[in-house]
Design a protein around this ligand. Structure first.
Ligand SMILES: CC(C)(COP(=O)(O)OP(=O)(O)OC[C@H]1O[C@@H](n2cnc3c(N)ncnc32)[C@H](O)[C@@H]1OP(=O)(O)O)[C@@H](O)C(=O)NCCC(=O)NCCS
Length: 192
């Protein structure tokens, strides 16, 4: 125990403490504050405090849409990410509109990025830990299953896609005969 108390005291009065403090503060500003002034988000859009947004000037978030816990929405300097209305996201969703170039013989970190915009329609649900790659478009009403990787556009509305690469597994079911807005009591629902 004494060892750890001594460690705290010794490092609190060290130059490393100031360096760490500066970096933590700088990352906080970069990750949680700076993007807020440039993102194009409707007023009722909800963006979780742990979400990571890059090139926010190229990110558009529609009405009543939700960027959830630990999601990454990384637009490029020259590519947009456009999210529709009523979008649902599970935790850990990643949307990247850029890729590193991958030519052999030169470190990828020094190669130009390849960028292509992403467009996601209205009433889409992106399941937990799904990944949406550059240049894809997702039609209205699509469900992307948890863990799927969307590498090609999903052009058919109202389908469920799953897997890597994401493929259509089935269509969403039509509405049942009763209207959910007309259900007034839990007892009535259970009695059906
Ligand atoms: C996509 C989802 C909604 C489908 O649920 P469902 O209607 O019960 O799915 P079904 O059982 O009709 O599945 C259809 C097929 O897709 C497959 N499938 C479903 N989810 C899958 C997934 N995440 N990855 C791979 N395959 C999946 C099923 O195994 C089934 O295949 P089969 O026909 O060969 O048996 C659900 O699986 C899912 O991923 N939900 C996301 C949960 C989440 O991320 N929540 C976060 C909180 S917002």
């Amino acid at each position: 125990m004494g060892k750890y108390v001594w460690e705290i005291i010794r490092h609190t009065f060290s130059p490393q403490f100031l360096v760490a403090l500066f970096y933590s503060f700088a990352y906080y500003i970069h990750e949680h504050v700076a993007w807020r002034s440039t993102i194009h988000a409707e007023r009722d859009a909800r963006i979780h405090a742990t979400a990571s947004i890059r090139n926010a000037q190229n990110v558009y978030v529609g009405k009543n849409s939700h960027i959830n816990h630990l999601c990454c929405v990384w637009a490029g300097e020259n590519s947009k990410i456009i999210l529709g209305n009523n979008l649902l996201m599970g935790p850990g969703v990643c949307i990247f509109s850029g890729n590193h170039s991958t030519i052999k013989g030169r470190p990828m970190t020094f190669q130009a990025r390849q960028e292509e915009s992403i467009v996601i329609g209205d009433d889409v649900w992106l399941g937990a830990h799904s990944v949406i790659t550059a240049g894809t478009q997702i039609a209205n009403g699509v469900i992307v299953a948890a863990g799927a990787v969307v590498t090609r556009s999903i052009t058919q509305e109202g389908v469920i896609v799953a897997g890597i690469p994401a493929k259509i597994v089935r269509e969403r079911l039509p509405a049942p005969e009763f209207n959910i807005n007309e259900m007034d009591t839990v007892e009535k629902i259970l009695a059906r």
